[in-house]
Design a protein around this ligand. Sequence first.
Ligand code: ADP
Ligand code: MG
Length: 242
Amino acid sequence: MSLLEFDEVDKYFGETHVLKDVGLNVEEGEVCVIIGPSGSGKSTLLRCANRLEEIQDGEIRLEGTSISDPDADINRLRQRIGMVFQSFNLFPHKTAVENVTLAPTKVKGLKGDEAERRADELLDRVGLSAQADSYPNQLSGGQQQRVAIARALAMDPHVMLFDEVTSALDPELVGEVLEVMHDLADEGMTMLVVTHEMGFAREVGDRIVLMADGRVVEDSPPEVFFEDPRTDRGKQFLSKLL
Ligand code: ADP
Ligand code: MG
């Protein structure tokens, strides 16, 4: 059993068929990097995994349990799936540490001091101990995104989904966020990462999944994908990067 399984998934927005028979298994501890042109369905795939979008056919399973089943306990499943988006969406009137403690206290019923101790640990892990009491508008974009990662980790997720988390950042701030993600991967976190950062994809990814027009068109180890892609779509994509 894989940790996260997409099984013949179809997703429509009205008449538009945006995910076409998508099959993808993410193993425990694996970093699966999804790349592909804009509009190919990458964000939709992640959003379906967190049930932010419904699918019309197929099944998505987390640790063997259906996510897509209408009777699934979505709140329970969502606790096991952390998600970080391009826009950090921190609560503006809460400090960094308050952003991190909010969900564990509200959803998991963690006591205040316990949640705070854990938040301090997580902020330290993303290199932001000194900023615990800062408000989002006092932080750089890179720092805000690292708080968003700490906030997602606070729920002890079994898998983390990242959707272009560095795309909105000034170039000089991208590295610090990728570094946190690299550390997470090294610690064994299972990750599904949509990114345009090919250096990261190559170095940290266990698998490169290329999407085009709603389909998975190539699924290869990075050394294969970046040296000698198996498919024409892969070759095409790579040639545009050079
Ligand atoms: P990517 O993340 O790869 O750029 P998306 O998953 O955002 O692609 O989009 C895939 C397709 O689905 C696109 O054609 C997009 O226009 C369409 N789409 C995405 N979200 C919606 C929505 N809420 N309503 C209608 N169409 C959507
Ligand atoms: Mg997207």
